[in-house]
Design a protein around this ligand. Structure first.
Ligand code: FUB
Ligand code: ZN
Length: 672
């Protein structure tokens, strides 16, 4: 309880170590995740399993794969780096971050003590001047191949020295906020002081080879008020695009710098390019720094890049980073289904970025994207057992026997295991995306049953949500100020409930409907106005006031912009925020033969015991059957679609999100 209170104090305020208070920041403040108590049956079980299964399994793998041993050897300055990548240290940092978030929700002495033992090892591995990078410290005479002979020498390319530092700062912030202990924070600050003393306009120049340190430095700045941290974060961002060693004429992102978002200065960038996780972390950091410094050029750049991603580079299930070679963004409208990469970490980065964009601009379109990613392309990355993960998130699996490249089953761990450990830190933070506040305006962004207590002008208000989202569109909000109080509830009316498949013309609903979100207050229907995608409910609220919001939950057919060649003549299915797929076990063993014609109608049915409780879509559709080597026929058969996130829990086989609407677009694949 003490720990919980401590976190609240820190999350609401930036006055922490130095008694300093900053001037500029996001106009909208997060209601911290520790202040939002979930009771729902969609997210809460995931948060619990993250605590009981994912985090322990992740630490166990950090031990068994040698990641912890690397720290022990670095402390002893003897041995041989025993894992594969120089960024393997970050799996420990990310899991400590996730575990710290989780400790704030579920105090757990054994876990806290275990983290302390890890922190001791981390501290012992830190060099006297603050440098911390096991891939060199173990044996500085023979560092990791990617690390270069000298410190930072290969930072621009692949050493990940500053990437490791960034994840250390993020972990240290979470750990300090969760426990009040400074043991990890002190290590991070010592390292950050070294970094700030080495890099800067009049010092060593580099654009970090993998962004994340920028966000980490911002977090340390918020805790300490030390302006060098913010300045160095800004410096690292502004350093991009000034290296003259690239071949600017080359189309190859590895040669022209685009892989690292280092091809042109960030304020000139207007298209999302290069490695998608790097890019997402960069844009999130630019948004942070823009808010903290009111940098209009940064704001313009992130706004323009956001339009590009949402208008041309986002999969219908919220995934980004279409191209496997370079784990990167493709060209505009390059969103292939057969080879979609969609790294889970890229979805996580996209959530971080969109949340920050909302805090900056207050428009619901950012939460629409956050919700789309969260409920679909991100949680597909973690199995319902909490112990199996996708690194890439396929858009379709066809002809499983011949195309073995796409990940068709989750794995417990990977040699490069960035995604599982990233999941550990995203999941417990989800309650922090539900509400936000700007003076006397309260934003309800996500619909998750539970409660929160916030304060407006020092007056306390309890807000309770009751719903069965994402399966049901009936949302109840009980608003209870201690005494009558005038303020504005801004309840997000999702784009999908306003006829918008996505806040761009990349995808659209095929048919428009007249159905609108209905709102009642204390049983009486009201006319509400919409502002920035929010229903504005401004009144003097009284204890026990009830707002009922009814979102239309019809099954919608989604079509893609015709510049998106891969989806031409195809349709996807969406109900509420959920994007559906068809998977082999429900459809006669294969799905690549399915046609979803214009006249197909769908029935939604909640199946409590299927895949931990899901709403399925049912229909009767034609499927192509091969009769012999020369003849095919189509036969109507029952069709079942499940939420995309729930696929790959019943063995390997075909899966599709985009369905041909006529036989013309069916790829005929012999059944096995
Ligand atoms: O480079 C560190 C991490 O490894 C990246 O974020 C992932 O895409 C993977 O390449
Ligand atoms: Zn990853």
């Amino acid at each position: 309880m003490i720990m919980r209170k401590f976190f609240l104090l820190l999350s609401c305020s930036v006055v922490v170590l130095s008694g300093w208070s900053q001037q500029k920041d996001y106009p909208i403040q997060v209601v911290p995740f520790t202040q939002v108590k979930l009771t729902d049956s969609f997210w809460l079980p995931r948060i619990k399993i993250n605590h009981t299964v994912t985090i322990p399994a992740s630490f166990e793998r950090c031990e068994s794969t040698g990641r912890v041993r690397n720290f022990e050897m670095a402390a002893a300055q003897s041995g041989k780096f025993c894992t594969v990548y120089p960024f393997d240290d970050t799996d420990i940092y990310k899991t400590i971050e996730g575990a710290s978030f989780s400790l704030s929700l579920y105090p757990d002495k054994a876990l806290e003590d275990y983290i302390d033992t890890l922190i001791l090892k981390i501290r012992s591995a830190q060099e006297p001047d603050g440098y911390l990078y096991t891939a060199r410290t173990i044996n500085p005479g023979e560092p990791h191949l990617w690390a270069g002979k000298e410190r930072w020498e290969k930072e621009r390319e692949q050493s990940h020295e500053l990437y490791n530092a960034g994840h250390l700062y993020e972990a240290a912030t979470a750990h300090y906020q969760a426990t009040g202990k400074k043991n990890l924070l002190d290590i991070a600050l010592k390292n950050a002081d070294l970094v700030c003393s080495v890099f800067g306009p009049d010092k060593k120049h580099v654009a970090p080879g993998h962004e994340v340190i920028e966000m980490g430095l911002v977090k340390l700045y918020r805790i300490t008020g030390k302006k060098e941290y913010l300045e160095t974060a800004k410096y690292f961002i502004e350093e991009r695009g000034h290296y003259d060693g690239y071949d600017s004429k080359s189309d190859d992102p590895w040669k022209n710098g685009a892989y690292w978002q280092d091809h042109i200065p960030v304020v000139e960038q207007n298209e999302a390019v290069g490695h998608a996780v790097r890019a997402g972390y960069l844009y999130a950091a630019m948004t942070d720094v823009a808010a903290l410094t009111n940098d209009k050029e940064f704001i313009h750049a992130v706004d323009t890049i956001w339009e590009n991603v949402v208008g041309k580079k986002l999969y219908v299930q919220g995934g980004i980073g279409a191209v496997g070679n370079g784990e990167r963004f493709g060209a505009n409208y390059e969103l292939p289904n057969a080879t979609a990469y969609n790294e889970t970490c890229a979805s996580i980065a996209n959530v971080y970025w969109n949340h920050r964009m909302f805090l900056l601009h207050g428009e619901s379109k950012y939460i629409d994207i956050l919700e789309k990613t969260l409920y679909n392309g991100l949680i597909s990355g973690v199995g319902m057992d909490g112990n199996s993960f996708f690194y890439t998130n396929a858009m379709e699996i066809k002809n499983i026997f011949e195309h073995k490249d796409m990940e068709a089953a989750r794995s417990g761990w990977f040699t490069c295991s960035c995604c599982p450990t990233n999941v550990t830190r995203l999941i417990p933070a989800i309650p922090g995306y539900v509400y936000a506040q700007k003076n006397s305006d309260v934003y309800a962004n996500l619909f998750i049953a539970g409660s929160t207590t916030i304060a407006i002008n020092k007056k306390s208000i309890q807000i309770e949500q009751e719903n069965n989202y994402p399966w049901d569109g009936n949302l109840i909000f009980r608003i209870s100020p201690r005494s009558p109080l005038a303020f504005t509830m801004r309840i997000r009316i999702p784009g999908w409930a306003r006829g918008q498949a996505i806040p761009s013309d990349l995808y659209a609903f095929q048919q428009q409907t007249d159905k609108k979100a209905q709102i009642k207050i204390n049983g009486e229907a009201i006319n509400y106005s919409l502002e920035d995608g929010y229903a504005i409910l401004k009144r003097t609220w009284r204890k026990g006031d009830v707002v009922e919001v009814n979102l239309p939950m019809d099954v919608r057919r989604v079509v893609a912009n015709n510049k998106l060649k891969d989806d031409l003549g195809k349709v996807a299915l969406q109900r509420g925020p959920i994007i559906y797929c068809a998977e082999w076990p429900d459809n006669n063993g294969e799905v690549s033969n399915i046609i979803v014609p214009a006249e197909a109608t769908f029935e939604a049915e909640f199946k409590p015991s299927m895949l931990k409780g899901i709403t399925i879509l049912k229909s009767e559709v034609p499927a192509v059957r091969i009769l012999n080597e020369r003849n095919v026929t189509t036969q109507y058969q029952p069709f079942v679609a499940i939420p995309y996130y729930a696929w790959a829990h019943r063995g390997k086989g075909e899966m599709m999100i985009w369905f041909p609407t006529s036989v013309k677009h069916v790829e005929i694949i012999p059944a096995h």
